[in-house]
Design a protein around this ligand. Structure first.
Ligand SMILES: [Zn+2]
Ligand SMILES: [Zn+2]
Length: 346
């Protein structure tokens, strides 16, 4: 089969590699159709690593994927061949303290698709995954939407953690794919007022189409002053989705006493700082968001019944052969790219 191998920094080659075997009785063999390019994949592309996770070349990345089941192991009962599925890229052990506590996303023995030392990624023609990671999607869902289910499930998880109530005033700082997925998840659940910010104007236009009530670009205006003018009492929730010190600071300034800051963005640097007196005086709550936990099914349900439309996020399409061009585009944020999709099997 063909696979897109990361062969060096900013180098991707399409190579032949053996098809994986369906060995496990609880596994499924999936023909990969679509793979979304994630910011974390691009980190491996531009830097060869994310923190202590170091890619040894050649390495296959990609984890936002969807496809069609080709075959299943003897003990699999919930899937049949020919069924289209969205994939949860995290395989958990099911027996550690975290799994037993319902925190499969922080499983001590987790294997994540496209993570060095764990599982090779999805940018290839066929993939073997635990069947429990394969979620059938309704026929009305396109393969592109099915691939975007994975980042959207992170938005659903962030929203669930936040305990956002109808009527809430919400800030989303950073309107990249994950910020937009948080926006869609909040918008789907009841009336609320959403303020979204980003440095890229095209992303703000997408945020509008995803249901933001107000958008602002910190290059053009003072975000804290502009939002505070509209919400003098402050915001109930801020989702920091940029991974920047500046947006963490803005979030703390924007929140009302008793408000909640959700840290969704991944900072480049090891440490960030907080104005501890502002945190204390306003008695703010801080929640960290790590990927998602069992939110693939609810994400499919929201999209399937038409409560959420993922289409505005998807801006570019590439065949597998042009994976490098897709990664280069996302790395340089050229052409107003939000989510680029690679079509593996057409
Ligand atoms: Zn991702
Ligand atoms: Zn576990």
């Amino acid at each position: 089969m063909k696979a897109a191998f990361l062969s060096g920094i900013r180098q991707i080659q399409i190579r032949e590699t053996p098809e994986p075997n369906l060995a496990g009785r609880r596994d499924a063999l999936v023909k990969v159709e679509t793979v979304g390019v994630c910011g974390s994949d691009v980190h491996y592309y531009t830097a060869g690593r994310i923190g202590s996770q170091i890619a040894e070349f050649p390495w296959i990345v990609g984890h936002e994927c969807a496809g069609t089941v080709v075959a299943v192991g003897a003990e699999v009962t919930h899937l049949r061949s020919g069924e289209r599925v969205a994939i949860d890229p995290l395989a958990s052990c099911g027996s550690c303290d975290q799994c037993r506590a319902g925190r499969t996303h922080t499983c001590r023995n987790q294997k994540f698709l496209g993570s060095p030392g764990q599982l090779p990624g999805a940018l290839c023609e066929f993939l073997v995954m635990p069947a429990d990671c394969c979620f059938p999607v309704p026929n009305t869902m396109t393969p592109v939407q099915a691939a975007v289910v994975e980042p959207f499930s992170i938005g659903v998880h962030a929203r669930q953690l936040s305990r956002v109530q109808p009527g809430a005033k919400i800030g989303i700082l950073g309107a990249g794919p994950i910020g937009l997925c948080v926006l869609l998840a909040c918008r789907a659940e009841g009336e609320c007022t959403i303020y979204a910010t980003d440095l890229v104007n095209e992303r703000l236009e997408v945020a509008r189409r995803c249901g933001a009530d107000w958008v602002g670009n910190p290059n053009r205006q003072d975000i804290v002053a502009s939002i505070s003018q509209r919400e003098p009492l402050g915001l109930d929730f801020v989702f920091e989705c940029a991974g920047e010190q500046e947006t963490l600071d803005q979030g703390i300034e924007l929140l009302k006493p008793g408000g909640t800051l959700l840290i969704v963005g991944i900072p480049e640097q090891e440490r960030v700082s907080f104005n501890v007196h502002a945190l204390r005086r306003k008695e703010l709550r801080i929640e960290n968001v790590r990927r998602q936990n069992r939110c693939v099914a609810p994400a499919i349900e929201l999209v399937g019944r038409g409560a959420v439309c993922l289409d505005p996020l998807v801006t570019h399409h590439f065949p597998l052969e042009e994976t490098q061009a897709a990664f280069e585009m996302v790395a340089t944020r050229r052409d107003g790219v939000v989510k680029a999709i690679i079509h593996v099997h057409r």
